[in-house]
Design a protein around this ligand. Structure first.
Ligand code: MRU
Length: 348
């Protein structure tokens, strides 16, 4: 199969793979307006923290290209309003806020330029964000690979793969590099209730790329670990607090607890854009809650009684104490994360 182009931007046109239609249909859709971009992020057509950031940056490029502003002030006002709107699409993945803030800052720093110049600057910044995303994922892969041994069973949760980034993924980057270099890994993908990102996306993309992937239901992870099938666990992240507490897809915390019980190293793989130094601990991370229908009537079939009370948090926070290491593009931070994350990422 040809490489998956999760997000592509060419000649001012933005296309994404519509993740909601996987695995049965691999469909690319064009996003033309700010509302379409907002909707694509909110409804998880484009999802996964780094991909959300890249998509948001390109959304601002679309707004910028279409702007009829007569001067820089008008232009910046319009861009800021669009950034605020995009920021309200999903609350947990910090890459969204990081990307819109970065594009906005670039524009504001050039506030003395003409509207035409600003348009070129904003578009170039969005393209640069995607270029960096690819490079960061590749480097995460290189560092992550040093933690793996030939023959390892590696469990992952949700989708922190190509379909959540621009290329390679984060948690999957070491897996793809291992495959490229002839190393044999046996990957276990949690299906990831309720939206099945593990089944619909991770199992899909790894299988298509020829990796050895086995799909399990979330509630099988403990049993699989107890049978000695898992030597390492790597998941992605939506936001990492300054102390290393990590928000990721709901169920990640349970996997980390199981890993500790079974003595299996549990790693997070994420670019530095996912680390939020302004949030001291996981308690400060806003957790998205999604519609009850996702757990009562998933994919259109009712599986719970009408009117039953539900609770549907989309993410949980894994305490830093359960994390063996955080794999970034700048190196692997080991505990204590309070010191080591800042040292590796900011050089403090
Ligand atoms: O709700 P989603 O599908 O956006 O959740 C995605 C995850 O939780 C991923 O594990 C995370 O964003 C890391 S993506 C490299």
């Amino acid at each position: 199969m040809a490489a998956l182009n999760t997000i592509s931007y060419e000649d001012g046109r933005l296309h994404i793979i519509d993740c909601t239609r996987l695995p049965t249909e691999l469909v690319t859709v064009e996003l033309k307006t700010l509302d379409e971009c907002f909707d694509a992020i909110k409804t998880l057509k484009v999802r996964g923290a780094p991909a959300i950031g890249v998509a948001a940056a390109y959304s601002l490029a679309l707004v910028s290209n279409a702007s009829g502003a007569k001067n820089a002030d008008e232009y910046l006002f319009e861009l800021e309003r669009a950034a605020k709107y995009l920021n309200s699409s999903r609350p947990t993945a910090v890459n969204l806020f990081w990307a819109t803030a970065r594009v906005l800052k670039k524009a504001k720093d050039n506030g003395d330029k003409s509207v035409a110049q600003l348009k070129a600057i904003v578009e170039a910044e969005a393209i640069e964000i995607q270029r960096e995303d690819i490079e960061m994922c590749r480097k995460i892969g290189e560092y992550g690979l040093t933690l793996l041994s030939d023959g390892d069973g590696v469990l992952t949760h949700c989708n922190a793969g190509v379909l959540a980034t621009s290329k390679y993924g984060t948690a999957t980057a070491p897996m793809y590099l291992a495959h490229e270099r002839g190393m044999k890994l046996k990957i276990y993908a949690d299906e990831t209730r309720p939206l099945l990102q593990g089944a619909r996306m991770t199992a899909f993309e790894l299988k298509e790329a020829g990796l050895d992937v086995t799909l399990i239901c979330d509630n099988m992870a403990g049993m699989v670990m107890s049978r000695g099938k898992i030597q390492k666990i790597i998941t992605g992240a939506d936001r990492i607090a300054a102390n290393g507490d990590t928000a990721n897809k709901i169920g990640t915390y349970s996997v980390a607890v199981l890993a500790r019980y079974h003595g299996i190293p549990f790693y997070i793989a994420a670019p530095s854009s996912t680390v939020d130094f302004s949030t001291p601990t996981g308690a400060g991370i806003k957790i998205e809650e999604r519609a009850p229908e996702e757990i009562t009537c998933g994919f259109g079939r009712r599986t719970a009684p009408e009117g039953v009370k539900t609770y549907n948090p989309a993410f949980d926070v894994t305490p830093a104490a359960l994390i063996s290491g955080i794999i970034t593009e700048k190196g692997i931070a080991k505990p204590p994360f309070c010191e080591n994350l800042a040292r590796i990422i900011r050089g403090n």
